[in-house]
Every structure is written in structure tokens, then in C-alpha cells.
Design a protein around this ligand. Structure first.
Ligand SMILES: Cc1ncc(COP(=O)(O)O)c(C=O)c1O
Length: 359
């Protein structure tokens, strides 16, 4: 794959070449058996071994304790915005809203459960330019929901908060660094940023939560039913799960999540240095620098006109999908695990040259 570009898409996003190649091979002919991994039963021995290895590797990578299950679900992270309250909201749930995704999660819960859903902090007043600060959650809330990396606005919770029942939408930073799974009730992520193709949601769920699930929850949305069936309640997205297994193998080969975190910090630092060293030509959109995302780097240029020019010229230099989200504008460079350091170097160099030529 010699013609690969540096793809800065926010998701579906760039995936590691080695993982794409291994998955493509398994799609055509799985281990020389004459059939592909997407062509065999989810109840057969081949796929069962895939599931076992994927769960095992996920547990090792993230140090998932035996108190938690690893689930492969469907419906995107958006479906979990609804199924999490459906299963686990008894009492009042609290939401911290730092951006579009936190807001969507809270709105979905509120639509269904009204006053039982409380937004305890929001940074919407400052156009979500930072995570909300200075809030205190009720320790007795049914759960506290946060989005740990706001994909649209480019900021993250450098440290995840403490709560007895912490629920984290980690869609855009899953496995980009080690996560404190043992003190988290639920972590969930749509696969299409750091893990694989769209269609799979990785969810890590603390088992004691299942006791809260009411009788009225339809089985297909019931987390315990999925756990009891080892994610095979119905036909799961078998190829997507296989792809995740290849990603987990790749992450291990990279040295695990601590090594990945280090590389991601190095990549992000290259781009933030290009922004901060531009004499104000590029402006970071995140007010609190300590909260800058290591996955989605957002910044603006002096005008829309030069922004369009930047995007077009970058594309000519094999750097694609840099346009910012429609409500934020500017540029968003998504630099998930698969983005090599060379991609961030190339973009940082291009930023320097472009600012000189157009400043
Ligand atoms: C943080 C976050 N949460 C949720 C979603 C929604 O994911 P899905 O499209 O899989 O429902 C996204 C998608 O970009 C996201 O970035």
C-alpha cells in the first residue's frame, strides 16, 4: 500500500496498515481454510476462538479486572446514549457536558427520563472551548456520565473524575492511553476512530451494575443478556470484531498502551508547537491548554478563505480530511493511534511553510 495518504479524518479514521492487511487476508481466506472470517458461523469454533482472544487481549491491554465484562455491541456509541440510562438509571443520573457529544448523550437520556437526568456542568456558554471545571457530582447519583475526549472541540479530561458509578464515553480516545478501568463502571467507544471499522461498540461494564436492570428492558438492549451470551445474543458484527482483534495484536506489538500514549503525546506536541509557534497565525480553539486533546487537534486560521486554501493545498501534499466540524470551523487534525509520527511532522512542516507564504 505505497499510495497511503496521511488521513486526518475524525472517524471513520485512518487505521494501521498492518491491521488492514492482516484483516483483508483473513477476509478472503482465514488461516488457509478456504473461507473468510466473515463467512463462518458466529457459533462455530473459528469465531469462538477469535472472540476469546479478542476479550483476553483487550483485558490485558487495559488491565481489565475480573469485576468487569468486555462486550462487543452494535448501534454505535449513540445507541449506548439510550441503552445506558435504559439499563442503569434508577434514581438520578448526572451528566457533565463539555461538547457536542456530551450534550447528545445528556439529551438522549433526558428525552426518555426527563427530570431524572441532571446536567451538573456545561461549558456551552463559552462554546465548548474547554471541559467544564469546578463541578461536584452527587456521590449517590445512579451514575455520572462524562465524555473523556470531545472529538469536535478538541479537548479531553486529562484525568478521569472519581465517582462510584463513573460512565465514560471514550469513543475518540479508546486505547490511546491506559484507562483507569478498575475505578470506572462503564467505558464505551464506537470502534471507528481508534479500533477498527464502524459497526462495533466496545463496552467494558462492571458486573455488579447488572443488578439494577429492570424487567422491562428489551433483551436486545439488555447488557446482562449480551454478557451472558458472550456478545453473541444475535449475530454480532463478526468481521468488525475480528478487525479489533488484529488491532489489539498490533497494539501489543507497539509495546502496549503506555508506549502508545507516549507516541501520541509526541505527535500532539508537534502540532501544538506549530500552532503556538506561529506568532498567532494559527489559533488553538481550546482555552485551557492542559485540556488539549491528544487525538483531535483543532485550530483556526485568519479567515475562511485561507482555511479553504490550507485544506486544498494540504490535500495536494497527501494530507486529507482536515476540515473542522461544521459548528467549530477551522481545522481539525485527528491523529488517532494509526497516524504515524511522520504524518504529524509533515503537517507541522506544512503549517510552517503555509503561514510564511500566506501570513
Ligand atoms: C465522543 C463521541 N461519542 C459518540 C460518537 C457517536 O458515535 P456513533 O456514530 O458510533 O454513534 C462520536 C462520533 O464521532 C464521538 O466522537
Amino acid at each position: 500500500m505505497s499510495n497511503r495518504v496521511f488521513n486526518f479524518s475524525a472517524g471513520p479514521a485512518m487505521l494501521p496498515t498492518e491491521v488492514l492487511e492482516a484483516s483483508a487476508k483473513a477476509l478472503v481466506d482465514y488461516q488457509g481454510k478456504g473461507f473468510g472470517i466473515a463467512e463462518c458461523s458466529h457459533r462455530g469454533k473459528e469465531f469462538d476462538a477469535v472472540l476469546d482472544e479478542a476479550i483476553d487481549r483487550c483485558k490485558k491491554l487495559l488491565s481489565v479486572p475480573d469485576t468487569h465484562d468486555v462486550l462487543f455491541l452494535q448501534g454505535g456509541a449513540t445507541q449506548l446514549f439510550s441503552t445506558i440510562p435504559m439499563n442503569f438509571l434508577n434514581g438520578t443520573a448526572e451528566y457533565v457536558v463539555g461538547g457536542e457529544w456530551g450534550k447528545k448523550a445528556a439529551a438522549a437520556a433526558r428525552d426518555a427520563y426527563g427530570e431524572k437526568v441532571r446536567v451538573i456542568a456545561s461549558s456551552e456558554e463559552t462554546k465548548f472551548d474547554r471541559p467544564p471545571t469546578g463541578w461536584k457530582a452527587d456521590p449517590n447519583a445512579a451514575y455520572l456520565h462524562v465524555c473523556s475526549n470531545e472529538t469536535v472541540h478538541g479537548h479531553r479530561l486529562a484525568e478521569w473524575p472519581e465517582h462510584a458509578t463513573l460512565v465514560v464515553d471514550a469513543s475518540s480516545e479508546m486505547m490511546s492511553r491506559p484507562h483507569p478501568v478498575s475505578r470506572t463502571a462503564i467505558i464505551y467507544a464506537g470502534a471507528q476512530k481508534n479500533l477498527g471499522p464502524a459497526g462495533v461498540v466496545l463496552a467494558i461494564v462492571r458486573k455488579d451494575l447488572y443488578e439494577r436492570i429492570g424487567k422491562g428492558v428489551p433483551k436486545i438492549f439488555n447488557f446482562k443478556a449480551h454478557a451472558d451470551a458472550k456478545s453473541c445474543l444475535n449475530t454480532p458484527p463478526t468481521f468488525g470484531i475480528y478487525f479489533l482483534l488484529e488491532t489489539f495484536r498490533w497494539l501489543d506489538a507497539q509495546g502496549g498502551l503506555a508506549a502508545i500514549e507516549k507516541r501520541n503525546a509526541e505527535k500532539a506536541a508537534l502540532l501544538y508547537a506549530a500552532i503556538d509557534g506561529s506568532g498567532g497565525y494559527y489559533k488553538g480553539t481550546v482555552a485551557d491548554k492542559s485540556a488539549r486533546s491528544h487525538m483531535n487537534v483543532t485550530f483556526t486560521l485568519p479567515s475562511e478563505e485561507v482555511t479553504d486554501k490550507f485544506i486544498k493545498e494540504a490535500a495536494k501534499n497527501s494530507m486529507m480530511a482536515l476540515k473542522g466540524y461544521r459548528t467549530v470551523g477551522g481545522i481539525r487534525a485527528s491523529i488517532y493511534n494509526a497516524m504515524p509520527v511522520a504524518g504529524c511532522k509533515a503537517l507541522a512542516d506544512f503549517m510552517g511553510t503555509f503561514a510564511k507564504a500566506n501570513g
